[in-house]
Design a protein around this ligand. Structure first.
Ligand SMILES: Cc1ncc(COP(=O)(O)O)c(C=O)c1O
Length: 490
């Protein structure tokens, strides 16, 4: 066992700058000396002194043998992985690496319909064929959860030649699927499981939180340390359990997608965040859970607001949850989540994580104390009183449109010639654009799919209901780009 108190990368950098080398290499600001003064003074001497790149003594993220390797090895141990790869381009590049590691042109990959745009980008880069499964919907809250083991099993039975199963776990709202079961099903067919763990870096470090991807036996997991793990924005990790996938292949693809000018500030912040998670994670998450639960109780005492908790669990898609996510349903107040987001900003200088038609999401982390959560509950109390008169007993009905038939790979659609036609005349044509409705934020069609009458009437219904329909280049939604003169094969 290695000592998780060590920070080989951060300490190595500190030792290096203490020796006070005279740099004749990039970055040309040379410890800030050549930089615009106001910015330099704001950022500070210390941060600028470690704004370095891969000169020999500092190792190289593309071929790690020294301090970066040591730091990645410690991270692998902390996260229960065989290998950990540091990312200076967020979880997006880690996700692209996962997809391109397992998929080549024409290969199938099983993915939930509500994937992050980095997955769609990787599918286009790889020339892969997405096999979509719908996430489960929560009609009361108007949000999408994860995918169920049953849906994965069905997709694998229909497509046993799939090269990967992609899972978002936990979801943005903190809901986890039975990932272990999904892994068992996929592995029984020798299919690797790739996990988008953007919103779950902390779950590995506390027993009361859902199982992490590595704990559940997944093959690859792209994990945003910067989101909830205390490192700087843009720093993430990719964890690998070797077996179906090899570390050489992951390293090669990751390197192809990564800048050669890797930021050591970001790398050092990953090293330090890993130390904090490994050595104090349990206590920090403990405190965070307590604070979040206390806040949840207080929010649920406020008339017309609802902050769901463990009562959500028990369906096929809601196996476990992360209580540090405060999803607050505002639909009974008769206002939208978007309006509440603006209202909180303008009246209380509070900024939420996200809002949709019916909800806002606030995240609680080790960076919070009761002082901040009291501000939030106070603001929500005032909100409730302010809008009391408009309060209604709204029942919402969130539906998902049928998944259209894919006529060509998203890559072929991306590179095909397109033309613009009236949306209402587009039935039977192949879409060159994506379009979605919030909630639930699931695409109605993506490039390469055949536009169907059902989907067009779904769009019309949602526009009529006043729900945000987004994605087309023509924001008036009157026209759509389709593939030129292509007859879909049916
Ligand atoms: C579910 C999900 N996956 C992936 C990402 C991409 O992460 P990053 O911003 O670190 O590239 C995000 C970002 O918000 C996300 O919400």
């Amino acid at each position: 066992m290695q000592d998780q108190n060590l920070t080989p990368l951060f300490t190595g950098l500190q030792n290096y700058i203490e020796s006070n080398p005279t740099p004749f290499h990039i970055p040309g600001h040379k410890k800030g000396e050549g930089m615009e003064k106001t910015f330099r003074d704001f950022i500070g001497e210390k941060a600028l002194s470690i704004d370095l790149i891969n000169i020999s003594p500092l190792d190289d993220l593309h071929h790690p043998h020294g301090m970066i390797k040591d730091a990645q090895d410690l991270a692998a141990q902390a996260f229960g992985a065989d290998y950990t790869f540091f990312s200076v381009q967020g979880t997006s590049s880690a996700i692209m690496t996962m997809v391109m590691t397992v998929c080549g042109p024409g290969d199938k990959i099983i993915v939930p319909r509500n994937i992050h745009k980095s997955v769609t980008a990787a599918i286009i880069f790889a020339g892969a064929v997405p096999i979509f499964i719908h996430p489960e919907l929560d009609n009361d809250l108007g949000i999408a959860h994860g995918i169920t083991p049953e849906a994965v099993e069905k997709a694998i039975n229909a497509h046993p030649d799939a090269k990967g199963v992609f899972v978002i776990n936990p979801t943005y709202f903190g809901i986890a699927a039975n990932l272990k079961r999904i892994v068992t099903i996929a592995h029984a067919n020798n299919i690797p499981v790739l996990v988008d763990e953007a919103h779950g870096v902390h779950i590995h470090f506390h027993d009361d939180l859902p199982l992490s991807a590595m704990q559940a036996g997944a093959d690859l997991a792209a994990t945003s340390v910067h989101k909830l793990g205390g490192s700087l924005t843009q720093s993430s990790i990719l964890n690998l359990k070797e077996g179906i996938v090899t570390h050489e292949r992951v390293q090669r693809i990751f390197s192809m997608l990564t800048t050669t000018s890797t930021s050591y500030i970001l790398l050092a912040s990953l090293d330090s965040a890993r130390k904090q998670l490994a050595t104090e994670g349990k206590q920090l998450v403990d405190k965070t859970i307590q604070l979040a639960q206390l806040t949840r109780v207080k929010i649920n005492e406020i008339p017309h607001l609802y902050c769901p908790g463990k009562e959500l669990l028990g369906t096929k898609a809601t196996f476990d949850y992360d209580p540090t996510k405060l999803l607050i349903s505002v639909k009974q107040l008769g206002v939208t989540g978007y309006d509440v987001e603006v209202w909180l900003r303008e009246n209380f200088n509070l900024e939420v994580e996200l809002s949709d038609m019916y909800n806002i999401l606030c995240i609680i982390t080790p960076g919070d104390t009761e002082k901040e959560t009291q501000k939030l509950t106070h603001a929500l109390n005032v909100l409730s009183k302010t809008y009391e008169r408009s309060a209604t007993d709204t029942a919402i009905r969130v539906t998902i449109p049928p998944i259209p038939m894919l006529s060509m790979t998203p890559r072929d659609a991306f590179y095909a010639e397109t033309e613009t036609i009236n949306l209402r005349d587009s039935e039977g044509r192949i879409s060159a654009e994506s379009i979605m409705v919030y909630p639930p934020g699931i695409p109605i069609f993506i490039p390469g799919e055949i536009i169907s009458t059902e989907n067009l009437s779904y769009i019309a219904q949602n526009i009529a209901a006043g729900l945000p329909v987004q994605g087309l280049e023509d924001e008036s939604l009157e026209t759509i780009q389709v593939i030129k003169e292509m007859k879909p094969f049916k």
